[in-house]
Design a protein around this ligand. Structure first.
Ligand SMILES: Nc1nc2c(c(=O)[nH]1)N[C@H]1C(S)=C(S)[C@@H](COP(=O)(O)OP(=O)(O)OC[C@H]3O[C@@H](n4cnc5c(=O)[nH]c(N)nc54)[C@H](O)[C@@H]3O)O[C@H]1N2
Ligand SMILES: Nc1nc2c(c(=O)[nH]1)N[C@H]1C(S)=C(S)[C@@H](COP(=O)(O)OP(=O)(O)OC[C@H]3O[C@@H](n4cnc5c(=O)[nH]c(N)nc54)[C@H](O)[C@@H]3O)O[C@H]1N2
Ligand code: SF4
Ligand SMILES: [Mo]
Length: 749
C-alpha cells in the first residue's frame, strides 16, 4: 500500500477513468490521468482529480454519530450498533418488520462493498419493501428491458466506437460523461464519429454542451419523445424501410407494432413535439440509411411523463431500422465479471408481473418490486396499520433528490428511528438517530459491479486499496450485514458478520449452480465454495470473474481469469469490442424479443391524449454540470469555483414575457411548491422550457457541509409533484413539470 503513483480507477461515474494517485506521508498530493489504462487511455475529468480532496475533507465522517438532545455525538462502533438495536427493537416488537423500510441511493452502484452487499442486506434483513433512487432514474429502462429481453438489467448501449450516425435523446454526456453508456472520454468519441464522416444529432429542449459539439440540435417539447419516436417508426413502416436483418428470426409482435404506429404519423405528433413533420421524416430516413447507426435515450427520456413508452420506442426504432445487436448499433456487452445484481430476483422467478401489491396511502402499484420514492413521505406521515416508523438510508440523499422534497424533509422527523449509512452529515442524514460512515473509497479496493453491463467494450479493472483503514472501522459490507442481523433480532454484541457472509455467499453459489443459464450449472456448490478465496466483496468478485465468459470456471479452464489475473493487471484487461449477443442474452419465455409488450402498449392511449393536450405556459426540466455529482460533491472546494451554477435557464423571449432580468431573482411556482433563484437568460433554452440543476439546496440547518453551505442554491425537487410519474414504471417525472415563472419584484401570489 501507498506505493506512489498508485494506479486506480475513479469510482465517481460510469466513465471509470484510470488514475495515477501520487501520495506523500498519508496524503494525496496529486491525481493525474493514467495513460496506460487499457480502457480510458489517459482521459480524466475535473472530478477525478478531487478524490484526494474528498478523502481529506474534514467534513467527511470517520466515526459513527448518535443524535442526542444536545446534538450529534461521536461514539464507538460497538455503541453505535447497540444504539441501533435499542432504537429498532421496540419498533419491530410493536409493529413488525413491515414498519421498517430502507432507501437505497445512487453511490451504492459505484461502491465496491455496497454494490455487492445491498442485495444481501435487503434479502437477509427481512425488510419487505424498499425504496430507491432507481424510481427517479432508470426504472423505465428496467421495465422495458425486463419485458422485451427478459432481464431488468439487460439494457443495450450504443456501440459508440463504431457508429457513424448517433442520435442522443435526453442525455447530456458533456456533463454526465455517459449514463447506461459506459465509455471514457465520451465527447472525444462524439468528435471521432464526426471526424470519420459520421453525424451526431442531439434531441433536447436545451442546447447543451453536447448539442454544441454535435452536427444538429433538435429542440423537443419535454415529455413528447415517445410521440416523435413512434412517428419515426411510422415512417420506417410507411416507406418500407423496416429491415430487421438477423433480428427477424428473434422478434415477435412486429405486426402489432406496425398497427400501433399507424396513428402516430409525423403530422400527428409534430405540433406536440414542436418538431416539424418534415424534420421527423428526414431523421427517420437518415437513421435508416446510415450504415452503422444508433439511437440512444437517457435521463430526459426516463424521468418524464412517458418514460417507459419513450424507452421502449428507443429500442424499437433501433430494431426496426436494423441497428440492433450489430457493430455500430445498440449492443449488449458481455462483462468479464458478470454482475450478481442482474440475477433475476427470487420473487420474479415465474416471470415479470407488476402491481402485485399497492402502496398503502396512494395505492401506487408495485413495479419491479418498488413504488415511487415520492410515496415514502406519506407512508411515514400517515398514521394507521402499516405506517413506516423506521428508515435505513444507504448512500442516499432523498431530501434533495426525491420529488416533493419538502414533504419528505418534513416527514422524516416523525420517524421513531432512522439510521443512515453515509459519509456525510447532510440534508437527509441530519434526521438520522445514528449515522454509520463507510470507509473512504481510497481505503477500499475497487471494481465496478454493474456498470460493465453497458460498457462499450468487454473490459475490466481492479484497484487495490490505497490507504489502510483504521483497524476498528468496519467495511460497508460488514455494516450492512450487521444491520440485517439486528433487524432479524440478533443482539448487536453477538453479530458475527463472517458467518453471515458465508451464508450469503453459499446461497449465491447454490443459486448459480441451480441456474441453467450459469456457467456452473449443475456443479456442486460445496466444492465451489471450498475453492473460493477470501471473504466479502473480494470473494464475490473472484467468483464473478471465475464464472465469467473468460473465467477459470473453477477448474474447467485452468488459464482463465481469477481475481489474481486482475490484481496482476492494474491497468486493466480488455477483451475487445462488443460482439452480437442475440439470442444468447435473451431470457424471455419464448427466447424472443417481445416488440409489443401488453403492459407498454396499454399506455398508448394516454400518449394520444397528451398529443392533443393544450400546451403549458412553461415547463421545468433538470440539468447536470460536469463539476457536480448529484447532491453530494458540492463540498469539494476545487469544484465550486467560478460562477453560480444554480440558476434558472430561461429563453430570452420568455424572460421578456415574464419581466426577468439576467442575474436577478425569478420566482417559480408549481403545484408542489415555490422557490426563488437567479435567472440566467440564454437562447440555449427552447421557448417555454426552463431548466434548473438538481442536487442543490444546501441551506438546511444541522447539516455539516461547510463548503456546500456557502453555495447552497435551491432544491429543484421542491417543485416536483410526487404524483407526477411515468405511469408504467412509477418513475418520477421530474422533467416537464408545469410551472409559472415571474420576476420576484412583481410578486407572485
Ligand atoms: N429533479 C431531479 N431530481 C433527480 C434527478 C434529476 O435529474 N432531476 N436525478 C435523479 C437521479 S438520476 C439520481 S441517481 C438520484 C440520486 O439520488 P440519491 O442517491 O438519493 O442522491 P445522491 O445525491 O446521489 O446522494 C448520495 C448520498 O450518498 C452519500 N455517499 C457518497 N458516497 C458514499 C459512499 O461511498 N458510501 C456511503 N455510505 N455513502 C456515500 C452522500 O453523502 C449522499 O448522502 O437523484 C435523482 N433526482
Ligand atoms: N457530472 C455529473 N455526472 C453525472 C451525474 C451528475 O450529477 N453530475 N449524475 C450521474 C447520474 S446518477 C446519472 S443518472 C447520469 C445522467 O446522465 P444524462 O442522462 O446524460 O443526464 P443529464 O446530464 O441530466 O441530461 C439530461 C438531458 O435531458 C434533457 N431533457 C429534459 N427533459 C427532456 C425531455 O423530455 N426530452 C428530451 N429529449 N430531453 C429532455 C435535459 O435538458 C438534459 O440536457 O449522469 C451521471 N453522471
Ligand atoms: S469522467 Fe471524471 S468522474 Fe467520471 S470516472 Fe472519469 S474522472 Fe471520474
Ligand atoms: Mo442517476
Amino acid at each position: 500500500m501507498e506505493e506512489t503513483p498508485h494506479i486506480r480507477t475513479c469510482h465517481l461515474c460510469e466513465a471509470m477513468c484510470g488514475l495515477r494517485v501520487e501520495t506523500r506521508e498519508g496524503r494525496v498530493e496529486r491525481i493525474r490521468a493514467n495513460p496506460d489504462d487499457v480502457w480510458s487511455r489517459g482521459y480524466i475529468c475535473p472530478k477525478g482529480t478531487t478524490l484526494g480532496a474528498l478523502h481529506h475533507d474534514p467534513d467527511r465522517l470517520r466515526v459513527p454519530l448518535v443524535r442526542r438532545e444536545s446534538g450529534f455525538e461521536e461514539v464507538s462502533w460497538e455503541e453505535a450498533f447497540r444504539e441501533i438495536e435499542r432504537g429498532l427493537r421496540p419498533v419491530i416488537d410493536a409493529h413488525g418488520l413491515d414498519a421498517v423500510t430502507s432507501y437505497i441511493g445512487n453511490p451504492t452502484a459505484h461502491n465496491f462493498s455496497l454494490s455487492r452487499y445491498v442485495g444481501a442486506f435487503i434479502a437477509m434483513s427481512g425488510i419487505p419493501r424498499i425504496y430507491s433512487a432507481g424510481t427517479v432514474d432508470q426504472w423505465p429502462k428496467n421495465v422495458t428491458a425486463a419485458l422485451m429481453y427478459g432481464g431488468m438489467w439487460t439494457i443495450p448501449t450504443p456501440d459508440i466506437d463504431r457508429t457513424d450516425y448517433l442520435i442522443i435523446m435526453g442525455a447530456n454526456p458533456q456533463a454526465s460523461q455517459g449514463s447506461l453508456l459506459a465509455t471514457p472520454d465520451i465527447m472525444g468519441k462524439l468528435s471521432g464519429i464526426r471526424k470519420r464522416g459520421g453525424k451526431v444529432v442531439v434531441i433536447d429542449p436545451r442546447r447543451t454542451g453536447t448539442a454544441d459539439a454535435a452536427d444538429e440540435w433538435l429542440p423537443i417539447q419535454p415529455g413528447t419523445d415517445a410521440g416523435l419516436l413512434l412517428a419515426m417508426a411510422h415512417v420506417l413502416f410507411d416507406e418500407d424501410r423496416v429491415d430487421l436483418g438477423h433480428m427477424a428470426e428473434y422478434v415477435e409482435g412486429l405486426d402489432e407494432v406496425r398497427a400501433l404506429c399507424r396513428e402516430f404519423s409525423p403530422e400527428a405528433v409534430a405540433e406536440a413535439c414542436q418538431v416539424s413533420a418534415e424534420k421527423i421524416r428526414t431523421l427517420a430516413r437518415e437513421f435508416a440509411e446510415a450504415k452503422a447507426a444508433a439511437l440512444y435515450g437517457r435521463i430526459g427520456t426516463c424521468n418524464q411523463e412517458f418514460g417507459t413508452l419513450a424507452s421502449w420506442a428507443v429500442d424499437l426504432v433501433n430494431i426496426l431500422a436494423g441497428k440492433f445487436d450489430r457493430p455500430g448499433g445498440l449492443m449488449f456487452s458481455n462483462p468479464i465479471a458478470p454482475s450478481m445484481t442482474t440475477l433475476r430476483p427470487p420473487d420474479f422467478a415465474e416471470g415479470w408481473s407488476f402491481g402485485r401489491w399497492k402502496s398503502r396511502v396512494r395505492g401506487a402499484p408495485e413495479i419491479l418490486g418498488q413504488v415511487p420514492v415520492s410515496c415514502l413521505a406519506e407512508e411515514i406521515a400517515t398514521p394507521g396499520e402499516g405506517q413506516i416508523r423506521a428508515l435505513i438510508t444507504v448512500a442516499g440523499n432523498p431530501v434533495l433528490s426525491a420529488p416533493d422534497a419538502a414533504k419528505l424533509d418534513a416527514a422524516l422527523p416523525g420517524l421513531d428511528f432512522m439510521v443512515s449509512v453515509d459519509n456525510y452529515l447532510n440534508e437527509t442524514t441530519r434526521h438520522a438517530h445514528v449515522i454509520l460512515p463507510g470507509l473512504s473509497p481510497l481505503e477500499q479496493p475497487h471494481y465496478d459491479e454493474l456498470l460493465w453491463c453497458w460498457a462499450v467494450r468487454n473490459a475490466g479493472k481492479y484497484s487495490a486499496p490505497l490507504f489502510e483503514p483504521e483497524p476498528e472501522r468496519p467495511h460497508e459490507w460488514e455494516i450492512l450485514l450487521a444491520l440485517s442481523a439486528i433487524l432479524q433480532g440478533q443482539k448487536a454484541d453477538e453479530v458475527n458478520t463472517g458467518l453471515l457472509d458465508d451464508l450469503f455467499f453459499g446461497g449465491l453459489v447454490a443459486t448459480l449452480c441451480a441456474s441453467p443459464r450459469s456457467s456452473i450449472a449443475g456443479r456442486d456448490p460445496g466444492e465451489i465454495v471450498a475453492q473460493s478465496r477470501g471473504k466479502g466483496p473480494e470473494r464475490m468478485l473472484d467468483f464473478a470473474l471465475r464464472i465469467g465468459p473468460w473465467g477459470e470456471g473453477y477448474g474447467t479452464r485452468p488459464d482463465g481469469m481469477t481475481l489474481e489475473t486482475m490484481e496482476q493487471a492494474p491497468n486493466g484487461i480488455d477483451m475487445g469490442a462488443l460482439e452480437p449477443r442475440i439470442p444468447e442474452v435473451l431470457d424471455t419465455p419464448d427466447g424472443k424479443v417481445n416488440l409489443a409488450p401488453a403492459h407498454v402498449c396499454g399506455d398508448l392511449e394516454r400518449l394520444s391524449a397528451r398529443l392533443t393536450r393544450a400546451p403549458e405556459e412553461a415547463v421545468l426540466v433538470s440539468r447536470r454540470h460536469l463539476r457536480s455529482n448529484n447532491s453530494w460533491m458540492h463540498n469539494v472546494p476545487e469544484l465550486m469555483t467560478g460562477k453560480d451554477r444554480c440558476t434558472l435557464l430561461v429563453h430570452p423571449g420568455d424572460a421578456e414575457r415574464w419581466g426577468l432580468v439576467n442575474g436577478e431573482p425569478a420566482r417559480i411556482d408549481s403545484k408542489a411548491g415555490s422557490l426563488t433563484v437567479p435567472a440566467e437568460i440564454s437562447d440555449e433554452m427552447m421557448p417555454g422550457v426552463v431548466s434548473l440543476p438538481h442536487g442543490f439546496g444546501h441551506d438546511k440547518e444541522g447539516a455539516r457541509l461547510s463548503v456546500a453551505a456557502r453555495n447552497a442554491g435551491v432544491c429543484n425537487n421542491i417543485l416536483a409533484p410526487g404524483e407526477f410519474v411515468d405511469v408504467l414504471s412509477g418513475n418520477a417525472a421530474v422533467n416537464g413539470i408545469p410551472v409559472r415563472v415571474s420576476a420576484l419584484t412583481q410578486g407572485a401570489d
